[in-house]
Design a binder for this molecule. Structure first.
Ligand code: SF4
Length: 438
């Protein structure tokens, strides 16, 4: 094994929270004197930051670790971090003797010590605490994007939806002190960042675990909005139950808060919502959406939907279909249910046939395409404020997003990157609008 590690490579699977954790780990490793490389073959240390939400992500990591073990131990340190590390723990070390360490979601702060221990003892190391301790060096976070940044404000989740592994892999909700968040956001703005997305499994729960701070989510937004030069604030994700009237007022009143709310409905049928343990009825959900639209008339909504949850009948699926038609989300992430080990739903029979799940999924995808196209059609000829992020994949046109999260590409000089521009939309293709500098 390499005694003197010089380079590292991190491969990230899963959600934005995992991407941020990879950036935090990269910051720790750079502080330790290592250099990031973007070719795994050139790395002395390889980390797989994993996800347990989808089966496919797990299978990819397991397959990759299997291949790396062929032909015996190589001159490289290999670690697994993230949700899969937390879910599988020692089983990973037993299955892959060439794996050097497994670090759970609550232990990324221990990365540096764990690497030292691996080198010193030449033993496999396991660190998977159930609770997160707030002592990360956020200011060292290594970000690739120079225009917009993710900032962690709360970790874990107390909601225990029956299909979800997160409360078991990330533990209870732990809010980050508001001063630390404000300090990080201010430092990002000083370095030229224009947009910050506040991240957490349920950002709206922020501060509830620390009543003595007297700072709930909307209070935090007021503090962040006061940072000079911070043009845009986004947040994700939210649980409908915790979307309060105070938060709606903050979205309306604070100029930096973007008018886009991810408001995951998951299903449109009450028995299914109950079985999912979503703790709201569809009527309560509709009521909250109506209230938000009344307070913030130009708000756009996003959602997550699961089709084919155990026991979902045709009639119950139709209720989800009708709910989507009624609300007309701007953005929807729609999935066919697949049971995840370690969740309560895994104990129930996965009784909706795959062909039925596929059919339901396709119907919702088609519906969402119709809704999105109609929305984009209405935007033609209008101008929107766009934060210009980078060149599009073609390397010629520039790419950015509106406050309501619509992607726009247009022709313009490179100097536009990192600035806010007014773009007039003239057409669209799939979900991307095409425009010109207004
Ligand atoms: S609120 Fe979100 S993170 Fe929490 S258990 Fe439900 S689906 Fe999982």
């Amino acid at each position: 094994m390499t005694q003197n590690l010089k380079t590292f490579f991190i491969r990230t699977y899963g959600c934005q929270m995992n991407e941020l954790d990879s950036e935090i780990m990269a910051g720790q490793l750079i502080k330790k004197g290592l250099t990031p490389v973007y070719d795994e073959e050139k790395a002395d240390l390889i980390i797989f930051n994993t996800c347990s939400i989808r089966d496919l992500a797990e299978r990819k990591v397991m397959g990759k670790l299997g291949i790396m073990g062929r032909g015996g131990k190589k001159n490289v340190v290999i670690g697994v971090t993230g949700c899969m590390a937390m879910a599988k723990k020692n089983a990973l070390l037993e299955k892959f003797p060439h794996l050097d360490f497994v670090i759970g979601t609550n232990n990324i702060t221990d990365l540096s010590h764990v690497i030292d221990e691996v080198i010193e003892t030449k033993q496999q190391i396991l660190k998977t605490d159930n609770q997160f301790e707030e002592n990360l060096d956020y200011l060292a976070t290594q970000r690739l994007n120079k225009v917009k940044a993710h900032v962690s404000i709360i970790r874990g989740c107390n909601k225990f939806c029956t299909y979800c592994i997160v409360p078991y892999t990330r533990g209870n909700e732990i809010s980050r002190p508001p001063d630390s968040i404000v300090e990080e956001c201010r430092s990002l703005v000083d370095r030229g960042y224009k947009e910050i997305t506040l991240l957490g499994q349920n950002v709206n729960s922020y501060g509830k675990d620390q009543p003595e701070w007297n700072c709930l989510f909307h209070d935090l937004l007021y503090r962040l909005n006061a940072i000079q030069g911070l043009e845009r604030i986004r947040f994700m994700t939210s649980h409908p139950v915790d979307i309060t009237i105070e938060l709606m007022h903050a979205i309306r009143d604070l100029p930096s808060i973007c008018e886009f709310v991810h408001f995951p409905m998951q299903a449109g049928s009450n028995p299914i919502l109950k079985k999912m343990h979503r703790i709201y009825t569809i009527e309560e959900y509709f009521e909250k959406v109506a209230m938000l639209r009344e307070i913030v008339p130009n708000v756009s909504l996003g959602t997550d939907i699961i089709v084919g949850f155990p026991t979902e009948t045709d009639a119950q699926f139709e209720e989800t279909y009708e709910a989507m038609k009624k609300i007309r989300f701007s953005l929807a992430f729609i999935f066919a249910y697949s049971p995840r080990k370690g969740t309560p739903a895994k104990r129930w029979k996965d009784d909706v046939p795959e062909s039925v799940k596929e059919e339901r999924l396709q119907r919702l995808l088609d519906l969402q395409t119709q809704i999105t196209n109609a929305e984009l059609q209405q935007m033609l000829g209008q101008s929107f404020e766009v934060l210009v992020e980078k060149f599009n994949k073609d390397g010629r046109l520039l790419k950015g997003r509106t406050r309501c999260w619509k992607k726009i590409i247009f022709e313009g000089p490179e100097s536009c990157i990192g600035t806010l521009q007014q773009i007039r939309v003239h057409s669209f293709s799939h979900q991307t609008m095409l425009g010109t500098l207004a």
